[in-house]
Design a protein around this ligand. Structure first.
Ligand SMILES: *Cc1c(COP(=O)(O)O)cnc(C)c1O
Length: 247
């Protein structure tokens, strides 16, 4: 099977198309079982958690197998890769941008995405608000929060989040965070903090902020126990499958 077509270069794997599909189905079943188990432990309804399959490590041919397997929420971290992949996949896919959005890429990205998880500065909020006004539309986003305070991570600090005000053209639906790559159990405090910050913001803004995007391959079970409504899972889902070079 030929997979991947980055920069016009296809590459080969000795897996057949059926092997690829079987392996993906097995991986997905394992992830799904863990989502269900975590929901059960937390006394939550499975329907309250959306699996966002992060397809950045695989080509469109593999990503395109997901909707038929019941996964139509797909995530990409780079706007340019999303622009390239979206037209190659069924229109029923709901795209999530989970990485940094540069302001000069807003106009091309917004029409393609259901939700931007990674709104990480007030300047970006202002630019999104301006674009929404120009098109007389609305923009659905999450605010990315750097809960753990790692210097390498973007996002609002918990303190700067307190200064933010709600915006009329933006549907700020909730918060997103990335936990450090440490033992899942140690991420629990990060996820609980994000939930508390959300609760405070809801109180201050006097409206509901229903979404919490937290949890990746390493820690999504714990994130669900702490209230995640969107989990972003990549590597676990595509384990054993041919990858594009870009992580
Ligand atoms: C890559 C990425 C993920 C998925 O991470 P995995 O460990 O591969 O599951 C989730 N969220 C963001 C923001 C990412 O960049």
């Amino acid at each position: 099977m030929v997979v991947g077509n980055r920069a016009g270069v296809g590459y080969f794997t000795n897996m057949t198309a059926a092997d690829v599909s079987d392996r993906l189905a097995v991986n997905l079943r394992a992830v799904e079982n863990r989502i269900r188990a975590a929901c059960e432990r937390a006394g939550r309804d499975r329907a309250g958690v959306t699996l966002v399959a992060v397809t950045k490590s695989v080509g469109p041919e593999i990503a395109a197998l997901l909707p038929a397997m019941g996964v139509s929420d797909l995530g990409e971290s780079r706007p340019q890769v999303l622009w390239a992949k979206a037209p190659a996949l069924p229109r029923s896919v709901r795209w999530h941008l989970i990485g940094h959005l540069q302001r000069n890429k807003i106009d091309r990205t917004l029409p393609l995405v259901e939700l931007v998880h990674s709104v990480d500065s007030e300047r970006l909020i202002d630019a999104l608000q301006a674009e929404a006004a120009k098109t007389d539309g609305r923009v659905r986003v999450l605010l990315e929060v750097n809960v753990s305070g790692e210097a390498s991570k973007g996002g609002f600090s918990p303190g700067s989040l307190q200064q933010l005000t709600d915006r009329d053209r933006m549907d700020i639906a909730g918060l997103m965070t990335m936990a450090p790559l440490i033992e899942p159990e140690q991420c629990r405090a990060v996820f609980a903090s994000l939930r508390h910050l959300r609760d405070q913001l809801q109180h201050r803004w006097g409206r509901s902020l229903p979404e919490l995007s937290m949890g990746m391959s390493n820690d999504f079970d714990v994130a669900i126990e702490e209230g995640a409504t969107l989990v972003r899972v990549g590597s676990l889902l595509f384990e054993g499958l041919p990858r594009t070079n870009r992580a």
